[in-house]
Design a protein. Structure first.
Length: 557
């Protein structure tokens, strides 16, 4: 093997470097082996990534057993759930870029021969994958695992139930004592949010796209089997280094299409649109937001998972794991089964070995899907010329026309919802929350869950240039582009304007005359920057539209 780490570790002129490394326990023998970076996103601020320190030990063991030398390093993580509804939530999507940048910098600086990325919460997964695609050295992603569901009144619950309970409490439908009881029960231990929300959606994507060994990500974080999964990843990365199998060999257009199909089939998060667009740009693969519509339309919804379904992410593991989803897609011809995976085997070879639990009904058979088409729909029109995203999983209606209720921040909209100011038939518009306008494109789980909790989800729609948590459900349209802060049409909406959302027509229309809309747009004045220094200001200067993945780096190639 031709090892790039030898540039740092071998030769007489590298004696100073070896001296440093020997001071912390590395030997000459260690430094002649492939050096594998373990990019750990452990952090002590949330349950999602809490056990990753332990799993890093197992990864390192697997690397050593396979003849390599592990070197662990850390990066950051931001909890979407904990920061939700606050100014802190603006840092979440920004953190994806910082995670990618920091992994890239450490790996370039230390010239690792391979990387195992330990990830869990929402932005650590795409951030790590983006870094691997930039570096294009052999890389493996291991998801730390879902949290187990909580139990309340004999039913499984997740953090989604807590957010919706806040709205129910505000509406007088739930007592303070019941709200506290749900709060105390929903999160019983370490692990990422427990439905097919963003973390578990992206964990599914990682196996389907081929960067995670199939069958490992669905194991819950507190399950003892996760330790063997971590050790296995140490073995897999060493095989990839020996075979010079690199991320861009794996993440082809076919693999990305496979991943989009898995999001559609599993009822996954709308955030996957942002992240897969970002992957494509890092890999130098052509992909547009319109491609999601085509792939979702031809792929059946197979998984009965929260937020709209009955089951939690831990139930996917009980059903046989993500390989069962892969097998359905493979057998139905909804994927390119010749795509390579990190093990060196094809998607089809891995999927064929799925071990489905007899009698499970978490993942439906091909002849009895939840819906004949997938959960994602791309809407365009006068309000979103560059596109917007709605998740139709669980929706009972396909259109709505109503008066706009306009808010220039999430907080203003939340206040209106919690104080009974939103009425049936309203179309709530939340703007200046896009990648630049927020900045950071906050998720709106607090507002969307409050609408559900208030009992308005069957009659109220919401549109925003921000984004949604994977736990969001209801008639909610996000990622509106162009965003308000750059003069997108959403900035021209006025209180009481009629808006039509038509999912069947894939259109979102502001019902005002074209001449009037043009006049309003001509009067637009760009708002003052909310941040003028630091990382947030740097992000605003660099970030692209949501329709391009809200990336800050130039396309790869």
């Amino acid at each position: 093997m031709k090892l790039q780490s030898y540039t740092i570790t071998q030769g007489k002129d590298r004696a100073p470097a070896r001296s440093y490394l020997k001071s912390i326990g590395f030997t000459d023998a260690d430094l002649k082996k492939p050096i594998i970076g373990i990019a750990n996103t452990w952090i002590g601020t949330m349950p999602c990534n809490f056990n990753l320190r332990e799993l890093a030990v197992d990864v390192a063991r697997g690397i050593r057993e396979a003849g390599g030398t592990p070197m662990e390093f850390n990066t950051i993580a931001i909890s979407d759930g904990i920061t939700m509804g606050t100014e802190g939530m603006k840092t979440s999507l920004v953190s994806r870029e910082v995670i990618a940048d920091s992994i890239e910098l450490v790996a370039r600086g230390h010239m690792f021969d391979g990387i195992v990325a330990l990830v869990a919460c929402d932005k650590t997964i795409p951030g790590a994958a983006m870094a691997l695609l930039r570096l294009n050295v052999p890389g493996v992603v291991l998801y730390g695992g879902t949290i187990l569901p909580g139990r309340y009144k004999g039913k499984d619950i997740t953090i989604q139930d807590v957010f919706e309970a806040v709205g129910a409490n505000a509406a007088g439908k739930l007592s303070d004592e019941e709200l506290t009881a749900i709060e105390d029960a929903a999160c019983p231990g370490p692990g990422a949010c427990g439905g097919q929300y963003t973390a578990n959606t992206m964990a599914t994507v990682m196996e389907i796209i081929g960067l995670s060994p199939m069958g490992l990500n669905a194991i819950p974080q507190v399950d003892q089997r996760k330790h063997e999964a971590a050790r296995r990843c140490g073995e897999v990365i060493m095989q990839a280094v020996a075979n010079n199998l690199r991320p861009r060999d794996i993440v082809t257009r076919a693999a990305i299409d496979n991943a989009i199909a898995s999001v559609a089939a599993s009822g996954g998060s709308t955030n996957a649109v942002l992240h897969l667009l970002a992957f494509a740009r890092e890999a130098g693969v052509p992909l547009t937001i319109d491609d999601f519509q085509e792939l979702s339309s031809r792929t059946p919804l197979l998984a009965d998972l929260k937020p709209a379904g009955r089951y939690t992410a831990a139930d996917v593991d009980k059903a046989g794991g993500i390989p069962v989803i892969a097998k359905r897609l493979h057998e139905g011809g909804f994927v390119d089964s010749s795509a390579r995976t990190i093990t060196g085997r094809t998607f089809g070879e891995e999927a064929a070995e799925a071990r489905e639990t007899a009698g499970q009904d978490v993942i439906r058979p091909l002849d009895n899907p939840m819906k004949k088409s997938g959960g994602l729909v791309i809407l365009k029109g006068t309000l979103a010329p560059l596109g917007s995203v709605v998740k139709v999983t669980g929706l009972k209606r396909t259109s709505q026309t109503g008066p706009a209720r306009v808010f220039d921040s999430e907080e203003a909209a939340m206040h209106a919802v919690l104080h009974g100011e939103i009425k049936p038939g309203d179309v709530v518009v939340i703007r200046y929350e896009g990648p630049r306008g927020g900045p950071g494109m906050r998720e709106m789980l607090g507002v969307t869950s409050a609408i559900v909790g208030e009992g308005l989800s069957d009659s109220v729609a919401l549109i925003t240039d921000g984004r949604f948590s994977g736990a969001t459900r209801g008639f909610m349209v996000g990622h509106v582009a162009p965003e308000a802060a750059v003069g997108g049409p959403i900035a021209a909406v006025r209180e009481g304007d009629s808006i039509t959302i038509d999912i069947d027509a894939r259109a979102m229309t502001l019902n005002v005359p074209a001449a009037e809309l043009e006049e309003r747009m001509g009067a637009f004045e760009r708002p003052a920057a909310k941040y003028t220094s630091g990382v947030m200001a740097k992000y605003v200067a660099l970030v692209s539209s949501a329709s391009d993945g809200a990336v800050t780096s130039q396309p790869g190639g």
